[in-house]
Design a protein around this ligand. Structure first.
Ligand SMILES: [Zn+2]
Length: 259
């Protein structure tokens, strides 16, 4: 994989159009545009890993200690992408639809259930593609009966347990080689809200990085990995209080397994 210098301004809104193009799907009127170098890699499947509160500045601070994400950002690309919201639900809806919050109109969990906006997993499943969504329970419920694999995890369990469970379910789902997999890690955001300080955040990030290592070990080189944050940190001492509000996106190909 050739690492190209990327200068165009990127946005979270570009994720859905990029995935749609890779999977050969039509996304209705997206506000973003495909990230061209990723499309050129000709991957067949996509694994989208959303990490709650993975702001760009935060990842830059953490990256020296995160073995797997650092390797992926070197093998692929690490992008600084404009965030569309400082809240989880509208941001994830934008990641999965390519629409600005004012266009998808999903601002809370109830809105997500009632919305008629089609997101990528539904569009992929409607085209006959196998999809898996691993998410906190409310988010996952939206997809019940619409896609092949839906795993909901209660966000009432300890964050470390949530992330370990997300990792386990993701590995299980990936072994079936879905065209599209969406998974979600919560630990960094929970550490922020629990006031666990910088070390708590780092610990949560290290756990997620180990999970990503496990996930990578069972993926193949036909799968594109897109790892992204939903918003920069929105509480506590590392809270982002001025523009630009940016999240990290890492795009890389899965590896050919040696054994
Ligand atoms: Zn969030």
């Amino acid at each position: 994989m050739t690492a190209k210098k990327t200068t165009q301004p990127f946005s979270q809104l570009d994720i859905a159009p990029t995935i749609a193009l890779i999977l050969g799907l039509q996304l209705p009127n997206p506000d973003g545009r495909p990230i061209d170098f990723a499309v050129d890699w000709e991957c067949k499947n996509v694994a989208l890993i959303i990490i709650d509160s993975l702001g760009y500045d935060l990842l830059m601070w953490l990256l020296p200690t995160l073995e797997n994400m650092r390797a992926l950002s070197i093998e692929g690309q690490l992008l600084r992408a404009e965030a569309v919201s400082t809240h989880t639900t509208p941001a994830i809806a934008s990641i999965l639809s390519g629409l600005l919050p004012e266009h998808h109109g999903i601002f809370d969990k109830a809105g997500a259930k009632e919305s008629s906006i089609l997101s990528l997993p539904e569009i992929a499943a409607a085209s006959g593609q196998s999809c898996a969504v691993i998410m906190e329970q409310n988010g996952a419920d939206v997809y019940q009966g619409l896609i092949e694999v839906v795993c909901g995890i209660p966000d009432s369990i300890p964050p470390q347990d949530f992330d370990r469970e997300a990792c386990r379910m993701t590995c299980q789902a990936l072994s079936k080689r879905p065209r599209l997999l969406v998974t979600y890690f919560i630990g960094i955001d929970k550490s922020v809200h629990l006031g666990l300080g910088l070390e708590g955040i780092r610990e949560a990030a290290l756990l997620i990085d180990r999970c990503i290592g496990k996930i990578l070990s069972i993926a193949d080189d036909e799968t594109m990995f897109i790892i992204c944050g939903d918003h920069p940190i929105h509480a506590g001492p590392l809270k982002r209080i001025k523009e630009p509000y940016c999240v990290a996106i890492i795009i890389a190909k899965g590896r050919t397994q040696k054994n």
